[in-house]
Design a protein around this ligand. Structure first.
Ligand code: AR6
Length: 182
């Protein structure tokens, strides 16, 4: 379900409520852990939908630091690629959590640029098992992604794929202040 669509230059930014594993975009972003070997939440759902070849490729990546991102193929997913990023665990906000979450979105967009991707979908990184406050995370997600659009010049569609109406409302508050209606 599409909640809000905005246009910035040639880029369409959308907030939707959906299961990210169902999306046929160039890349879906995974809120992974530093092992990259799977887990719960959206990470578990992506690995289940992609099948066992995904974890086999992930094993060859030798993990990922918090705030960084790595790319694999999408295997049985409709998405051609998965960008695995590791968000921070929320510890009250004094352990560099904002900067690390910012880095997740920036590094993911840089990978979109490097691999010449044209569409990408993000989940609300760190806001589940890692307990990052949803409103604070939504502002970082949208502001950082918009700032990073020049790093991914072929991207024409960015989806913020929320898993609840509450999360979508938090993202809508932020995105409504940017760009123009479609
Ligand atoms: N589609 C879209 N969003 C989803 C889906 C889905 N299928 N499933 C959950 N979400 P979380 P984190 C939302 O916990 O907080 C794993 O064990 C969810 O509602 O998946 O970054 C990893 O291995 C929330 O809004 O990720 C790590 O150990 C958002 O996705 C750890 O969890 C992120 O929630 C990462 O925790």
């Amino acid at each position: 379900m599409t909640v809000l669509t905005r246009r910035i230059g040639g880029v369409q930014l959308e907030i939707i409520v959906a299961d990210i594993t169902s999306l046929g975009v160039d890349a879906i972003v995974n809120a992974a852990n530093s092992s990259l070997l799977g887990g719960g939440g959206v990470d578990g759902a992506i690995h289940r939908a992609a099948g066992p070849d995904l974890v086999a490729e992930c094993r060859m990546l030798h993990g990922c630091k918090t705030g960084d991102a790595k790319i694999t193929k999408g295997y049985r997913l409709k998405a051609a690629h998965v960008i695995h990023t590791v968000g921070p665990v929320w510890n009250g906000g004094t352990q560099g959590e904002d900067d690390l979450l910012t880095s997740c979105y920036r590094r993911s967009m840089e990978l979109c640029g490097k691999h010449k991707l044209s569409s990408v979908a993000f989940p609300a990184i760190s806001t589940g098992i890692f307990r990052f406050p949803g409103g604070r995370a939504a502002k970082i997600a949208i502001d950082t992604t918009i700032e990073a659009l020049p790093a991914a010049p072929l991207v024409g569609q960015v989806i913020f794929c929320c898993f609840s109406e509450t999360s979508a409302a938090l993202h809508t508050d932020v995105l409504a202040r940017h760009g123009s209606p479609c």
